[in-house]
Each structure stands twice: as structure tokens, then as C-alpha cells.
Design a protein around this ligand. Structure first.
Ligand SMILES: Nc1ncnc2c1ncn2[C@@H]1O[C@H](COP(=O)(O)OP(=O)(O)OP(=O)(O)O)[C@@H](O)[C@H]1O
Length: 498
């Protein structure tokens, strides 16, 4: 444990609060220790963690009157100067429950002679709290709220849990409500990309899908997709992107994770179908998963539970979806995927000769299948599921080998007649990623593929949870084309293979 303490020395008394000449605040490697007997707590909440509480196991002074705030939870700090007093004000996210944090501010009076020193200390605190990036932290947020997303609570969640965190972290916020289907495409197409660092969607997965596609339709698509981080905070039922990047769907905790998040390139997928080309950021599915995504719309009021109910309803019938797939393989066995789990594959550097979307390497679904793709017939396909993120919704970590920026799609397939117990086993195993080892589940890393339905006239094909025509489609990965904000570089939050 570190014992690197940097204190703010105060030596004066304000408003009757006695300040000792010793340090009132100690800056540790991972935390700020507030010596409560020496500071004025402007907005003290009862649940503040005392020194002896088990918080991250960080060693400190050991005094029971000390409060410990992890640097992750420090939202902002400043030197406040008014006519009659000066103070250092520190705002942090206070834990009120395991799913709720709220901003809380403490104020430490300082002597006017200490202003310069206090300024330097505040800067040091912010640098540590934002890991050296506070001056360039993604603080200019275009917030898109879908009032109809998931159970319809996005607006309330934003006002009560998210906005206070953004405001406390000094973010510049510009809020817009989506007013109709595909409105977010238009907003992203017309966005002033120099004015914002990120578009934050308080929505399900549908709005970020539209934002990526709006950015993709711009003449400067490559620059726009590289400049604007696209993020999701939980306003839908699945919230796969929020789970994958922040590890939670508790809105205030996820908001802190975004405020603290670092720009992370991540892979996007081009899907061609008919004459259309769209971008997918999350998943493509046919069969069981697509039915859960799209065939449970009538249970939307249940929130996340609709997926479980829908799954049980469908698995009983052991439905199959005959199909043919062609695959451009990258890593073809689970053993090899495990062996490569800690390998970092960054996108190739270099100049790009295009301003819009990257050219398709393998053509479209209307072109002949390239010679080096593997052709597979799946007369009993039960679930075709290709993903780009680890988590699809709460407790569904379907792609434990997925990485934000590895230039691969994770393709999982399973026959529909493997037996109900096996199917249930895969679903239950997905909570922890253990389904990866179930032999009936085929799991590969691919660069591109084509899916062709057989002997079925109509059905569900889901791209990022949105329904598209029941017709052949082709997908290929674009390594690191998009950007989001994540807590850790090139890692999703959840039970990864590493
Ligand atoms: N004001 C609106 N009226 C009608 N549709 C809207 C409006 N705003 C957005 N939409 C559409 O709602 C669709 C679904 O959005 P979103 O993904 O946010 O919620 P969801 O589908 O309920 O969430 P989940 O995917 O988690 O179930 C999007 O395709 C979007 O175009």
C-alpha cells in the first residue's frame, strides 16, 4: 500500500471552525483522506465512509474520524474566493446505497495567504482524480434522451441521478430529447463535432445505433466517428453498451464512470443487406436471440425480465432456423481464443485515403463470396449470434472473449436441437461467461461473414436490437473505427477470459 500523502496545510480559523496547522486533507495513491474533525462539511451525508470501513483496502491514518473518498469518486475541486472567506471545495460522489451515489461537497477554509498553494493542490487533486486528463476530459456532452426507451423512465433517471453527477463534475451539457424514430440519425448527421466530446444516449441500444449511423452518413464520417465518443447510460431494457463499458446499469454509478472514462477506440461492423449499408456496434442475431430481442416487444413493460420470460417460452419448442453461413475466420477454436486472450491488437496506424466510411474489404452481400471464406450449412441452426461487446444485457455476458478494439467479431452458434437443458445451461452460463466452454456452443473470432436464411420465408433478424428485413446479409469488421469512453483501456467490464 502506498503511503504517499500530500497534505493541504491550513493554519487559520473561519466561521468558528478550528483548523489545526496539520493536514486537513491527505492525498493517497487511490484516495483522498478527509480529516473530518478539521473541515467544514458543506453537504455532509450520513452514509459517508469512515476510515475503518472496508473501502478498497487502502491504508491511511487509521483514525476513526477520517473519511476516505476514492479518487474515482472525486468529481471536482476548486478554490472558492469570496469577500469574507476563501475555501477549497471538493465535490465527490457519495455512496448512498450500492446502486446510488449523489454529489456531496465539502469546504475547507483556507487563509488568503495560502491561495496559490491551494490552487496547486487542487490541480494536483484533479490530475490524480482524472488520471492526468482533467484538462482534456470528455466534459462536453451532447445528451440525447429517448423518452420512450425501455420502460419509459429515461427522463426521470436523467434528472434525478445523471444530471446531478454531470453538473457536479463541471461537464458542459446540451440536452435534446429524441422526438421520433430515427431522430438521433439526423442529430448526429448535423452535429457540430468540434463542439462536443461525446454523445451520451440515455436510451436503449437503439439510439446509439442511430447515432453511429448518423455519423456514418456524413461526408466526414471517418473524422466524426473518430472525434465523437458515443456512450450509453441506462434508459432501455438491455443497456448492453452501458454494461460493457461501465460494468453497471445503476445510472448514477454509470454516470460517474463516464465522467471518469477515457477515450477508447472500438470496433464497428458494416452490415450490407440488399442495397443498404449500415453500421452495427453491438450485435447481429438470427434465431433464438433475435426472437428475444424483437419478439418480446409486447413485454416491454417488464424491463429486463422480458428476456428471461421470452427465453423460457421459446426454448421449450426447440425451434430451428435453417441457414447457410460463409465465414472469414480469424481465430477458429476456443483453445486458441483462450491462448490469445491477453494479446492486444491495436488498429494499424497510418494515413487514410477516405473521408467517409472505410471501403468494404470484402464487397457487399450482392458480390460473390470471396474464395477463402469457409462455407457451412446449418440445417438445424438454433441461435446465430455475433457480438462486439461482452455484455448484451444484465447478467448476459454472452461474449466473454470480446474486446473493444481487437479487430474481431465474436461469432457464437448453436443448433436448436441440442436439448432444453443444454440451452438453459448456455443461458445460465452466460451470467459468468462459463457457457464459453460448453461444447455445443461453437465460438469463433471472425473478420467477416455472410448469413443466408434457408427454407424460411419470414422471421427476425436483429442488428443491434433493431429489426431488419429477413434476407441475406453480410458483415465485416472495421478495427477501431468508433470511439467510446471506458474505465480501462481496451477491456470490457465483466467476466472476461483474461
Ligand atoms: N420520441 C420518440 N418516439 C418514438 N420513437 C422514438 C422516439 N425517440 C426514439 N425513438 C425510437 O425508439 C427506438 C428504440 O429506442 P431505444 O433503443 O432507446 O429503446 P428500446 O428499444 O426500448 O431499448 P432496448 O433496446 O433496450 O429495448 C429507436 O429506434 C428510436 O428511433
Amino acid at each position: 500500500m502506498s503511503s504517499e500523502h500530500q497534505g493541504l496545510v491550513t493554519s487559520t480559523s473561519h466561521d468558528g471552525v478550528a483548523i489545526s496547522p496539520e493536514d486537513a486533507l491527505l492525498l493517497d495513491t487511490h484516495s483522498l483522506i478527509i480529516r473530518e474533525d478539521r473541515v467544514t462539511i458543506a453537504d455532509k451525508r450520513k452514509s459517508s465512509k469512515k476510515r475503518d470501513a472496508s473501502c478498497c483496502g487502502i491504508a491511511g491514518t487509521g483514525k476513526p474520524s477520517d473519511e476516505l473518498v476514492t479518487l474515482h469518486n472525486i468529481l471536482w475541486a476548486r478554490v472558492y474566493i469570496s469577500e469574507d472567506k476563501s475555501a477549497v471545495q471538493i465535490t465527490s460522489a457519495k455512496e448512498l446505497s450500492s446502486r446510488l451515489v449523489k454529489p456531496s461537497t465539502i469546504s475547507i477554509p483556507i487563509d488568503d495567504g495560502d491561495l496559490e498553494k491551494a490552487d496547486r493542490w487542487v490541480e494536483r487533486l484533479l490530475e490524480k482524480a482524472y488520471e492526468g486528463m482533467y484538462l482534456s476530459a470528455a466534459k462536453r456532452f451532447k445528451v440525447l434522451i429517448n423518452p420512450h426507451g425501455g420502460p419509459g423512465t429515461a427522463e426521470k433517471i436523467y434528472k434525478t441521478e445523471i444530471e446531478p453527477i454531470f453538473a457536479a463534475a463541471s461537464c458542459h451539457i446540451d440536452v435534446e430529447h429524441t422526438e421520433y424514430s430515427e431522430h438521433a440519425i439526423k442529430i448526429a448527421q448535423e452535429l457540430d463535432i468540434e463542439a462536443y466530446d461525446a454523445v451520451v444516449c440515455i436510451s436503449g441500444d437503439g439510439v446509439p445505433h442511430e447515432v453511429f449511423n448518423g455519423l456514418a452518413r456524413r461526408p466526414d464520417a471517418r473524422k466524426a466517428l473518430n472525434k465523437i465518443a458515443v456512450c450509453q447510460l441506462p434508459g432501455g431494457s438491455g443497456n448492453g453498451m452501458c454494461w460493457s463499458f461501465t460494468g453497471t446499469d445503476a445510472p448514477s454509478l454509470a454516470a460517474v464512470a463516464l465522467v471518469k472514462g477515457k477515450r477508447t477506440p472500438f470496433d464497428l461492423v458494416s452490415v450490407t443487406q440488399g442495397d443498404k449499408r449500415i453500421l452495427s456496434f453491438l450485435s447481429q442475431s438470427v434465431g433464438l436471440t433475435a426472437e428475444l430481442d424483437l419478439g418480446t416487444e409486447n413485454m416491454r413493460w417488464m424491463g429486463n425480465t422480458r428476456f428471461t420470460v421470452g427465453f423460457l417460452q421459446r426454448v421449450i419448442t426447440e425451434r430451428i432456423y435453417p441457414s447457410e453461413i460463409h465465414v472469414k475466420l480469424a481465430i477458429e477454436s476456443k483453445e486458441e481464443i483462450r491462448r490469445n486472450a491477453s494479446t492486444v491488437r491495436l488498429p494499424p496506424d497510418g494515413e487514410h485515403e477516405y473521408e467517409g466510411l472505410p471501403p468494404l474489404q470484402y464487397g457487399t452481400v450482392n458480390d460473390p463470396v470471396p474464395d477463402d471464406w469457409v462455407a457451412e450449412s446449418h440445417p438445424k441452426m438454433g441461435n446465430f449470434y455475433c457480438g462486439n461487446m461482452i455484455c448484451m444485457s444484465k447478467d448476459i455476458h454472452f461474449f466473454p472473449a470480446a474486446k473493444p478494439n481487437d479487430g474481431h467479431m465474436d461469432l457464437a452458434t448453436m443448433d436448436g436441437d441440442v436439448g432444453r437443458l443444454k440451452a438453459v445451461g448456455v443461458m445460465l452460463g452466460a451470467e459468468t461467461g462459463k457457457h464459453f466452454d460448453i461444447p455445443e456452443l461453437n465460438y469463433r473470432k471472425v473478420l467477416a461473414y455472410r448469413f443466408t436464411p434457408k427454407n424460411q420465408k419470414d422471421g427476425y433478424i436483429s442488428i443491434d436490437g433493431e429489426k431488419v428485413a429477413f434476407a441475406p446479409f453480410q458483415a465485416e469488421i472495421h478495427h477501431g473505427l468508433g470511439v467510446s469512453l471506458s474505465l480501462r483501456p481496451n477491456v470490457y467490464e465483466g467476466p472476461t477470459l483474461v
